[in-house]
Design a protein around this ligand. Structure first.
Ligand code: GAR
Length: 215
């Protein structure tokens, strides 16, 4: 049985969209004097680029509009990880599928050092459209999951899951706004805990050696 633990030293962020989760991680990292080494975006119209640069974070735009795996994009990301000695990645609204060899590259002591935030209560609603599916199905509760990234899509070990009761008066936009605000807090909380304590792994599940209480 694998039994190991690892501290987070240098980490980077991959993002594709609005960037609210990435920004929340950056702010938390700065608060601890441990900001990310970089943010990589694969789309150039994100408001995150300016916001991250204004906070002094190195930002790279590596275009990738390919659906599915993009090995050329991944090679460029790996190169930047080497340059900045990054061995942990946080996917923050990053909408690309990563290849198996890329994921393996971040598996040094038996568990993945890539984290993702997903907008549903996994294993419910993997893939795209988590909020929309919960809304359309009138789910009484919805939420998000922060997990380690493995080769199965949205299947890796869960670090944190936040359940939010649905308000029947909400529009889909209301649900997304509430859900994303809480996502931002949850991801920052996970980063804070990893920076303080690292992560340990008993071969079956990732143990964040603390109990999370997300308000
Ligand atoms: C968030 O809701 C995040 O959970 C989701 O994209 C949104 C990005 O928002 N991620 C996924 O769907 C990953 N499969 P942001 O760009 O404002 O952080």
């Amino acid at each position: 049985m694998v039994d190991s633990s690892l501290e987070v030293k240098n980490y980077g962020i991959l993002a594709s969209g609005q960037g609210s989760n990435a920004l929340s991680l950056i702010v938390k990292g700065l608060e601890f004097g441990r900001p990310p080494q970089f943010v990589i975006l694969n789309r150039d119209n994100s408001p995150l680029i300016e916001k991250a640069e204004n906070l002094g974070i190195k930002t790279y735009f590596l275009e990738s509009t390919l659906k599915g795996e993009d090995l050329d994009f991944e090679a460029r990301v790996l190169n930047l990880c080497q340059v900045h000695q990054v061995d942990w990645l946080f996917l923050a609204g990053f909408l690309k599928i990563l290849s198996g060899p890329f994921i393996d590259h971040f598996n040094n002591v038996g568990f993945s050092q890539i984290l993702n935030i997903h907008p549903s209560l996994l294993p419910k609603y993997p893939g795209l459209g988590g909020y929309k599916k919960a809304y359309k199905n009138n789910d009484p509760e919805f939420g998000h999951t922060i997990h380690l990234v493995t080769k199965g899509i949205d299947e890796g070990p869960i670090l944190l899951q936040k359940v939010i009761p649905t308000n029947s008066n909400w529009s889909l936009e209301d649900m997304v706004a509430v859900g994303k605000k809480i996502e931002n807090n949850s991801y920052a909380l996970v980063l804070e805990t990893l920076l303080k304590n690292g992560l340990s792994w008993d071969g079956k599940q990732a143990q964040l050696t603390w109990v999370i209480d997300v308000k």
